[in-house]
Write a protein that binds this ligand. Structure first.
Ligand SMILES: [Fe+2]
Length: 443
């Protein structure tokens, strides 16, 4: 009988059973339960690699700032007086207090609320209270008292990434061919991408990897979101939001690409977007796009940039979520409505209505997913039931062509892929994330 991994000092068994030669891919239940696994995930994945920290448009004006976390460590992003962006630990050099508690804003100077040490928007120390009377030794006087910058901070298109680990690869190398899909997101927004006001934060009582899986899982949609699908059938669709899909796209295909380093996209060639909406959007971004990008801008895409960022482009609206694990069985989600800068108020309204329809605890679909995560977490606790069977769908490649035409269309060379009818429900697009996860946990 298996002993509970929740009380063991170290994971007693291999967490991943990855034997492609035998057609086997399995993730052990303790991967979702074991506090020691969670600790390693924090140090080796979230605090040990690149993570998404924000959008460039959040720091578009001098002195703009954003606070966030990398793993368990608080971070402060700022634009200095020249607009140059910097990333720092959000911790006063004096006693370590959180320097800036607000989520975002614009401040020329950040003053610690404990003893009023102050820092400018470039992170330089501007004030140490009663420094002259404080009897500081020369060694202290000679020290740098500015905010500590993060070892790595880089921008790719509209997206900002940072790392606490100085020894990560270059960001472009980390993103690899997943960058094609970030290119596509940015190409849809010639003036840049922004978050609309109204960040939503919520938690679910489950492991963060359930969220990684779900966003790449088309298979669950017709099972979990039945009530949403039924609702859509019953109510009239606003033509600018959805309306009838373009003719000839009734069946459509779906597929996935896995890019290495845990990044993957699940796509479907059909969306709810009407011809009216597609034409409206294309008018704005077509001149900035390749033919392939223009075509793919009409395809629904769920993109995961491992480990903490997911974007859902439904075509009708775009959502970006940040995954913030708090415990093996507790995950905080931060979600945003993502939009191109420069849209008309009418377009914005339609985008927001579509976004709020589906996503977040107030939407018609996210609560279903959250209940599924919580019951999954409970059920995964049945260690005695052995390995689950949830990673096998799509592994039979006998009917697939030698080369995926969509791969050539997008100019992808390295990505693993699968493609099939709408009912495919590929589960192989989870594999790369788990292989990356196991590799990073192994150090
Ligand atoms: Fe879902």
């Amino acid at each position: 009988m298996n002993s509970s991994p929740r009380t063991s000092a170290a994971p007693a068994q291999p967490l991943l059973d990855d034997r492609p030669e035998d057609g086997v891919f399995r993730v052990h239940r303790s991967a979702f339960l074991d506090p020691r696994v969670f600790e390693m995930e924090q140090t080796r994945i979230f605090e040990g690699g690149w993570v998404f920290v924000g959008l460039a448009s959040q720091l578009s004006k001098p002195h703009d700032f954003v606070t966030t976390t990398i793993g368990r460590q608080p971070i402060l992003l700022m634009a200095d007086e020249h607009g140059h962006m910097g990333a720092f630990f959000n911790s006063c050099r004096h006693r370590g207090m959180l320097l800036q508690p607000a989520p975002h804003g614009n401040r020329r100077v950040h003053v610690c609320r404990y003893h009023s040490w102050a820092y400018d928007s470039a992170g330089l120390n501007q004030h140490i209270s009663e420094r002259e009377q404080g009897r500081y030794l020369p060694g202290f006087q000679a020290e740098d008292h500015g905010l500590v910058p993060l070892p790595r901070f880089a921008r790719y298109r509209d997206f900002l990434f940072a790392s606490i680990n100085p020894d990560v690869p270059e960001l472009e190398d980390y993103l690899g061919e997943a960058s094609h899909f970030l290119d596509l997101m940015s190409a849809q927004a010639p003036q840049g991408l922004e978050f609309l006001p109204g960040k939503v934060t919520y938690t679910f009582r489950g492991n963060w990897k359930l969220q990684i899986e779900n966003a790449l899982d088309m298979y669950h949609f017709s099972h979990v979101h039945v009530s949403y699908v039924e609702l859509l059938k019953k109510r009239p669709l606003l033509p600018e939001m959805g309306g009838p899909p373009p003719t000839g796209a009734a069946e459509g295909e779906q597929g996935s690409f896995s890019f290495g380093n845990g990044h993957a996209v699940m796509w479907r060639s059909r969306s709810r977007a009407s011809e009216t909406l597609l034409a409206q959007r294309r008018e704005r971004f077509a001149p900035h796009m390749s033919d392939a990008q223009l075509k793919w801008s009409g395809y629904g895409r769920n993109l995961t940039i491992f480990p903490n960022m997911q974007m859902v482009d439904n075509v009708t609206s775009m959502m970006l979520r940040v995954i913030h694990p708090l415990a093996p069985d507790l995950t905080e989600m931060r979600t945003y409505c993502l939009a191109p800068l420069g849209e008309s108020p009418e377009e914005r309204e339609a985008r927001l209505r579509d976004y709020e329809d589906f996503f977040n605890p107030s939407g018609f679909a996210t609560p279903d997913d959250n209940v599924v995560y919580e019951h999954s977490q409970d059920g995964l606790g049945a260690i005695g039931a052995g390995w689950t069977q949830g990673y096998a769908r799509g592994m039979d490649r006998s009917d697939l062509p030698a080369r995926n035409p969509y791969q050539d269309e997008l100019g992808l060379n390295e990505a693993a892929w699968t493609v099939g009818p709408r009912s495919l429900g590929d589960e192989t697009c989870f594999h790369d994330a788990y292989r990356t996860w196991a590799r990073l946990l192994a150090g």
